[in-house]
Design a protein around this ligand. Structure first.
Ligand SMILES: [Zn+2]
Length: 114
């Protein structure tokens, strides 16, 4: 089990990460909006580029949203005092692993087995 001080640090990391993700999400609203299909404005190739760029922006946003949900789960696990325990085997998650990604919910062994 992690000490209250350590938990506080992870909580701060999680909240900061969430804030960054939300601001990235807000900044990319226009990049994700519907591609203008007016061929008079852009040629066929650049239109395909625009569609591809939009798809990538949507994909990045999906990744951000799923990370935000993982962060929210991690934050609620901090308040429930189950943070840092693997949700699969209930062993402690390696601290190094949590430092790399404070939103992980399973230990390295369980991650290898999935
Ligand atoms: Zn585990």
């Amino acid at each position: 089990m992690n000490s209250p001080k350590t938990l506080e640090q992870f909580k701060k990391l999680l909240l900061n990460r969430k804030k960054d993700l939300l601001s990235l999400s807000n900044q990319s609203v226009s990049a994700r909006s519907i591609v203008n299909l007016d061929q008079g404005v852009i040629g066929r190739l650049s239109r395909m580029d625009a569609i591809r760029a939009q798809a990538m922006a949507v994909e990045a946003e999906n990744r951000r949203q799923s990370e935000i949900s993982r962060i929210e789960i991690a934050l609620s696990r901090i308040s429930e005092q189950t943070y840092g325990l693997c949700i699969s085997c209930e062993e402690n998650i390696e601290k190094q692993r949590l430092q790399n990604d404070p939103s992980v919910a399973i230990c390295i062994n369980c991650a290898k087995n999935t």
